[in-house]
Design a protein around this ligand. Structure first.
Ligand code: PEP
Length: 243
């Protein structure tokens, strides 16, 4: 049986208190979506937006419970503010903040410690794709960013080709299928058939209402991680409707 799809929105560094209206509009238009949904706003909005009909997640967490880490937020703090999930290892954090597979694994462990769903991102750069290294890169990231102890309930993987994020470009359906089939096989090899098949594999990178339906037809695509198109109820709702 296919996994129930998850459509997660990553607001990145966008959103002010008034953005609560977007969630109200979304819920009014899609009161009973056929997929799970999640919105990951900036940390400043988590407490204000959590507790409603739309589950709320963070965009990053530190691996420690608390301590001398100025500007950081722990997984426990996210949970305390009402978050149920956290995006980890997004390529923007890997690039802007020097995150490595090792730190992402520590953060994933912290997310589980706090009872959060970890959405771990993997994906190749354009140069790596051109050099035919895509499967090597995502396989290495998957293996090293995910610690032992994954379950279908505590982990989702987002395949996000770096060159497709925010560019309007997407891989072909065949290319998405190739990577998702590979990631599925890796998960089954490491965590066994039941767990490996149940961990959801999201595609991310320029998903829009106009291309979501065809992307969701690809085998082993269990949802989407959506950036720009998660900022309006109309666009995000269009993707939810396609799931
Ligand atoms: C993202 O940053 O996770 C993302 C997929 O962005 P976009 O949908 O804007 O390409």
């Amino acid at each position: 049986m296919p996994n129930r799809k998850l459509v997660a929105g990553n607001w990145k560094m966008n959103g002010l208190a008034a953005s609560a209206a977007m969630l109200e509009e979304l819920v009014a238009a899609h009161p009973t979506p056929a997929c799970d949904i999640l919105i990951c706003p900036p940390a400043t909005l988590i407490a204000a937006l959590a507790g409603g009909a739309v589950p709320i997640g963070g965009q990053d967490c530190h691996w420690a419970v608390s301590g001398a880490h100025t500007g950081d937020i722990s997984a426990e703090m996210l949970a305390d503010a009402g978050a149920t999930a956290v995006i980890l290892g997004h390529s923007e954090r890997r690039a802007d903040h020097g995150e490595t597979d090792v730190t992402v694994a520590k953060k994933t462990h912290a997310a589980w410690r706090a009872g959060l769903l970890a959405i771990v991102c993997v994906g190749e750069t354009e140069a790596q794709r051109d050099a035919n290294e895509t499967l090597d890169v995502v396989g290495r990231q998957l293996g090293a960013s995910v610690p032992d102890g994954a379950t279908a309930a505590n982990l989702a993987i987002a395949y996000e080709p770096v060159w497709a994020i925010g560019t309007g470009r997407t891989p072909s359906l065949e290319e998405i299928a190739q990577v998702h089939d590979f990631l599925r096989a890796e998960l089954v090899k490491r965590f066994g058939k039941e767990t490996g098949s149940g961990i959801r594999l999201l595609y991310g990178g320029s998903v829009k209402p106009g291309n979501a339906a065809e992307i969701f037809t690809v085998g082993n695509v269990d949802g989407a991680l959506v950036g720009g198109a998660s900022l309006t109820a109309k666009d995000f709702g269009g993707i939810i409707a396609a799931a």
